[in-house]
Design a protein around this ligand. Structure first.
Ligand code: ADP
Ligand code: TRP
Length: 326
């Protein structure tokens, strides 16, 4: 039966702020589901976060929060190797070896650098070369499958290009990974209708306080169709978010309310709040427990780092051999 090679899944998230519904549906949920189907690796991309977070106390807090968020949302450390990127420093050496075969033009085409500098983030060398480090993150464990939101697709393509180039120049060394992007959650909209993102101040956080979550939902921008008139759910941000929480069959009731008229956006927002709040209820309880057990959380990360390092060392050795360093 098992003739196909086992899937090896890897994804990472930067500890650069509070996690939101975009992160949850775009990356966390797919990654957590995939942990049932193969060898899974998930990491907190703290080296990456240094490109945008300059306050050490904030970085430390963000790292801790992301660890709690993932464990609370169902990361099973028996199935998934969960680690902090900087606990596996082999990735930096691998990144250098990869940068040898990375054409400047490949990095110059990356949207993320242009977007971030346009937003005023310092145009550092690290920010520019970040896709090479991301390639090393992926290739060091020989990942085959990378669950991410659509904004990261280009980086996985860059990783593929780098791996192919390295393999052809130095001999077969790396598996070629595929991105996994779920269409229905590829771009989760924020309260202003743009892509939800920490940097756009338009998020609905997954572990915000009740009042805050309510007020984030109340800020969702809608059109000015009067209450009594029929509304089009397919163009409404509230409905787009509501859909994420409901199976296809269960959406028709809400759709019918929109179309019937007499159902205002205020009521739709209330219904969305109920969905958000109840969906994360069990996770909130688990998170509160974990918050009181920092030693456990740290032990999961340490154990994950040890396991990730075994793979990273193997890959690094192969890459060092291939290039002639050994
Ligand atoms: P942000 O834009 O808030 O800074 P990140 O860049 O840290 O988010 O993204 C972390 C992960 O979450 C990535 O895999 C990214 O593709 C996914 N993601 C972020 N925002 C969204 C969104 N609005 N819709 C779908 N996926 C998203
Ligand atoms: N660049 C990703 C982001 O900003 C985070 C990340 C770093 C990542 N390394 C990765 C995601 C490797 C998937 C695989 O969201």
């Amino acid at each position: 039966m098992e003739s196909k090679k086992r899937m090896r899944i890897l994804s990472g998230i930067q500890p650069s702020g509070k996690l939101h519904l975009g992160n949850y549906f775009g990356m966390m949920q797919p990654a957590l589901e995939l942990q049932q189907q193969g060898d899974a690796y998930l990491f907190i991309a703290d080296y990456h976060a240094l490109t945008t977070v300059s306050d050490p106390a904030i970085l430390r807090k963000n790292i801790r929060d992301v660890a709690l968020d993932f464990l609370a949302c169902g990361l099973d450390d028996r199935k998934t190797v969960f680690f902090r990127q900087s606990d596996v420093p082999e990735v930096l050496e691998l990144s250098w070896l990869l940068s040898i075969v990375t054409p400047m033009g490949l990095l110059e085409r990356c949207h993320s650098y242009k977007d971030k500098t346009a937003k005023g983030i310092t145009a550092s060398h690290a920010l520019f070369s970040y896709p090479v480090l991301m390639a090393a993150d992926i290739l060091q464990v020989q990942a085959t499958t990378v669950p991410v939101g659509r904004d990261q697709k280009q980086h996985v393509e860059v990783t593929r290009d780098i791996a192919l180039k390295f393999n052809s120049q130095f001999g077969e060394t790396f598996a070629i990974p595929d991105p996994v992007i779920r269409n229905e959650v590829a771009v989760v909209p924020g309260v202003d209708g743009q892509k939800m993102s920490k940097s756009y101040n338009n998020t609905i956080e997954i572990f915000g306080a009740e009042k805050q979550t309510k007020s984030q939902i109340m800020r969702i921008v809608t059109d000015s169709t009067p209450l009594e008139e029929s509304k089009d759910p397919s163009t409404c941000t509230i409905f787009a978010l509501y859909k994420l929480f409901t199976a296809e069959g269960d959406r028709s009731e809400m759709e019918a309310k929109y179309r019937a008229g007499g159902f205002g956006y205020g009521s739709a927002k209330k219904a969305l709040f109920e969905k958000v709040w109840s969906h994360f209820e069990p996770f909130r309880a688990r998170r509160a427990e974990l918050e009181n057990d920092p030693a456990y959380v740290e032990s999961v990360l340490q154990n994950g780092a040890e396991r990730a390092r075994i793979e990273a060392r193997k890959t690094l050795k192969a890459a060092r051999r291939a290039t002639g360093l050994e």
